[in-house]
Write a protein that binds this ligand. Structure first.
Ligand SMILES: [Zn+2]
Length: 154
């Protein structure tokens, strides 16, 4: 894993610096993705390694923290799996997760997904297009359940 220092536009309209932990082999690419997000002026509230939340994913999500590596299984509202998440290998990033919730196939979600919020990710968002340009997959494209915050590199 590698700690990547990134610059981003905060919700306060100012530039901030944060840190995200990802697979060492993706470090350069992730740095470039954040440069592109910055150029696109996509607003990010905070970028702090999940260790600050004692590796508790839900706390990080509730705090709208953008994060990468977390050694954990796949989890979500009503989901308990023994399979490791792509976050466990540092090959996934959750972007502004509070505003981009996980929505189950039956439409259950811990929060309302409001596509009008500036940090909300939709199929036409420049942020989504930026990740896809680098070959990342977006959870908003999944069939059935959708995970709007989630990007992963196959
Ligand atoms: Zn995720």
């Amino acid at each position: 894993m590698e700690v990547v220092t990134v610059t981003y536009w905060g919700f306060d309209g100012k530039k901030h610096q944060g840190q995200i932990v990802v697979d060492r082999r993706l470090a350069g690419e992730v740095k470039q993705i954040f440069r592109d997000l910055e150029a696109a002026e996509y607003p990010i509230e905070k970028v702090v390694p999940v260790v600050k939340y004692r590796w508790h994913d839900q706390s990080s999500v509730d705090d709208n923290n953008t994060s990468g590596f977390n050694y954990r299984t796949i989890e979500g509202p009503g989901i308990r799996s023994k399979k490791l998440s792509k976050h466990a290998t540092g090959r996934a990033i959750d972007l502004d997760p509070y505003y981009n919730p996980f929505v189950s196939a039956s439409g259950k979600s811990p929060r309302r997904y409001d596509p009008a919020h500036p940090a909300s990710l939709t199929r036409t968002s420049r942020a989504v297009k930026i990740f896809k340009k680098y070959g990342w997959r977006w959870g908003g494209d999944w069939r059935g359940a959708k995970d709007y915050q989630h990007f992963e590199k196959p």
